[in-house]
Design a protein around this ligand. Structure first.
Ligand SMILES: [Zn+2]
Length: 259
């Protein structure tokens, strides 16, 4: 443990470690040597929590060993245990870059590489009642997003088609027709979101073609598709399951009331 906690703020002694945590959720982090708070969302259970020294541990080392950068390099790993008592999953990350001395402490300056080790991408872990081929395409799309936005978008489109076919029972020749068919069946806000993503850049221009056609896609476009799929899985599969469980509880409670 190489940081101290003081009040609501974490005084970071080895800020290189803490940046590793920061990249999980950069929205609520203020980093300039002192981290104000670490709001964190568990990739396993989706629970939001504030991390402190009871649920995160880090370790780092410097090395040179005549490396090709001719510089002091630094490797850092950290472990986070989800504070949600129902989850307590373990999240592991690693970072590698140039070692720099800041305020008397080493941290990673120029970042060469970073890895989400467990889970192996920042994909959400969806429950088993979401069909496996859909979950697999989604997870692959997340994993490959930075390396190949094209491949990611292709998987996302197949995933989107899988969702529309499985959840709504719509089966047409092309995804374009399937999305059009969907319009009459879902609320306008959701359909507009799907339609908006369809219209963005190359994905939109070619969506009416075969889903396996590989297109030039920017990482931001690949991320938009991933975000859309996450939203649809939550709004459709997860919401339906929650509703079913709730209704079953009501039925059971009513049965228990009978004399
Ligand atoms: Zn969790």
């Amino acid at each position: 443990m190489d940081y101290l906690q003081s009040g609501a703020a974490l005084r970071v002694l080895d800020s290189g470690n803490l940046i590793t945590w920061v990249f999980l959720d950069t929205k609520n982090i203020h980093f300039d040597g002192v981290v104000i708070m670490i709001n964190w969302q568990c990739p396993f259970c989706g629970h939001n929590s504030t991390l402190n020294n009871n649920n995160m541990t880090a370790s780092s080392f410097n090395f040179n060993d005549n490396n090709k950068f001719d510089d002091q390099l630094r490797f850092s790993v950290n472990a986070i245990v989800c504070p949600n008592q129902q989850c307590r999953e373990v999240v592991l990350n690693a970072r590698f870059g140039r070692a720099v001395m800041v305020s008397g402490y080493y941290q990673i300056g120029e970042l060469f590489d970073s890895w989400a080790l467990r889970p192996s991408s920042l994909a959400l872990v969806f429950p088993d009642f979401v069909p496996e081929p859909i979950r697999q395409d989604y997870e692959e799309a997340c994993k490959i997003k930075s390396l190949s936005p094209k491949a990611s978008a292709t998987l996302s489109r197949r995933c989107l088609q899988g969702i529309i076919r499985d959840y709504w029972g719509i089966k047409k020749t092309t995804l374009f027709e399937e999305i059009n068919d969907l319009k009459a069946r879902i609320d306008l806000d959701t359909w507009s979101a799907i339609d908006a993503v369809r219209k963005i850049g190359n994905i939109g221009a070619h969506m009416e073609k075969d889903i396996n056609v590989v297109l030039d896609v920017e990482p931001e476009e690949a991320q938009l598709l991933i975000g859309l799929i996450e939203m649809l899985i939550k709004d459709w599969y997860i919401a339906r399951n929650t509703r079913q469980l709730h209704l079953a509880q009501i039925v059971q409670a009513a049965k228990n009331k009978k004399p």
